[in-house]
Ligand binder design. Structure first.
Ligand SMILES: [Zn+2]
Length: 344
């Protein structure tokens, strides 16, 4: 709901893309061409054939060292160069070129903050490469980042960079839960990595979120909807209308005017989540404490009030409070006059 940025992490992951993802993808293409030119079947791994490709030869010594190191890495009993060999054996050159273009296109689109992407068929081997090797095993591997030479990068620093940059400790997706506790933090793939493996390492597809937002039964999980907006695009919370039903202790949401926002609300199950009694109770107590502050500092009422409310953003539920504060003040005034009349 909050408009956010992810520049620092983007710099790190773009470096990973430049030094690891692109060269390995191009080595796969080079090996396929070598295989097509050769008369006898190639033995890619035993002879370390990747070292004879133009892409490998064109890299600096540091990058060559990095790639040779990664080619030997093992994830659930598969060695990376065996996986590369399997891809070269299984896919045709045209299909590989198509997949390379798709990988470039999808990453460009997401960097341009367009998230309404079509799901394409991607071979299982590439899912293993991007999700199990790059994202699960390499994302925060200290030795690999030492070879990349850009400084320390771990899941922990990923969260810290994001929080520092956005001064945010509340979940930017839902504005309900905070992400202060480490255990309440998830790195969430907005376009799920099971369907968009090529985006598994793109910082503009990664959002540090609360655990609930990352779970399919409570938040978005692996679901996708299109067309859609998301927090790297805009401050979605300002486009949602929140209504508080004080009599029944229930909150309702309206976002029906804009299909992108409507789909966002649906994807994160925000109507259901805001309608929980717990959320109502938390909103009510936040309203009450704001009311008591405003009664003591009436000079805050007016334009400055929204600034004041936004300053408290890290306790969550800011948008619903902003949306309803005037109505709440009227409602309390009404209760007070009722009380006075009763006393008379
Ligand atoms: Zn959340």
């Amino acid at each position: 709901m909050w408009k956010i940025e992810n520049k620092k992490n983007d710099e790190f992951l773009l470096e990973f893309e430049k030094l690891v993802i692109r060269p390995i993808f191009k080595i796969i293409l080079d090996l396929k061409r070598l295989e097509l030119e050769s008369e006898k079947p190639l033995n890619i791994n035993e002879e370390q054939l990747w070292k004879y490709t133009n892409t490998y030869k064109d890299q600096s010594l540091e990058v060559q060292k990095l790639i040779s190191n990664l080619m030997k890495k093992k994830v659930s009993k598969i060695v990376l160069f065996d996986l590369v060999a399997k891809i070269v054996q299984e896919e045709g050159l045209l299909d590989l070129l198509k997949l390379y273009r798709l990988y470039i296109n999808q990453n460009n689109k997401v960097h341009q903050k367009c998230y309404s992407l079509e799901i394409k068929n991607i071979p299982e081997t590439f899912k293993i490469l991007f999700n199990q090797f790059y994202y699960t095993a390499f994302f925060d591997n200290v030795d690999i980042w030492a070879l990349i030479g850009k400084g320390e990068f771990t899941r922990k620093t990923f969260h810290e960079n994001f929080k520092k940059e956005n001064k945010i400790m509340v979940c930017p997706y839902c504005d309900i839960d905070t992400t202060i506790s480490i255990s309440n933090n998830s790195v969430e793939h907005f376009l799920p990595k099971s369907k968009f493996p090529f985006l598994s390492m793109n910082a503009m597809n990664l959002i540090p979120s609360c655990t609930a937002c990352n779970k399919s039964y409570e938040g978005k999980g692996e679901t996708t909807l299109s067309p859609i907006t998301m927090p790297y695009n805009e401050q979605i919370g300002d486009s949602i209308e929140f209504k508080i039903d004080y009599l029944n202790g229930r909150i309702t949401l309206n976002s029906d005017k804009n299909i992108n926002i409507l789909n966002y609300v649906k994807l994160l199950k925000l109507k259901e989540r805001y309608s929980q009694l717990n959320v109502y109770i938390a909103v009510d107590s936040k309203m009450e404490s704001l009311y008591s502050t405003l009664s003591q500092s009436p000079q805050l009422i007016g334009k400055r009030m929204y600034e004041y409310i936004e300053l408290q953003k890290n306790s969550g539920l800011t948008f619903i409070v902003k949306n309803n504060i005037y109505e709440y003040l009227r409602y309390r005034k009404y209760l007070n006059t009722q009380k006075k009349n009763y006393k008379k």
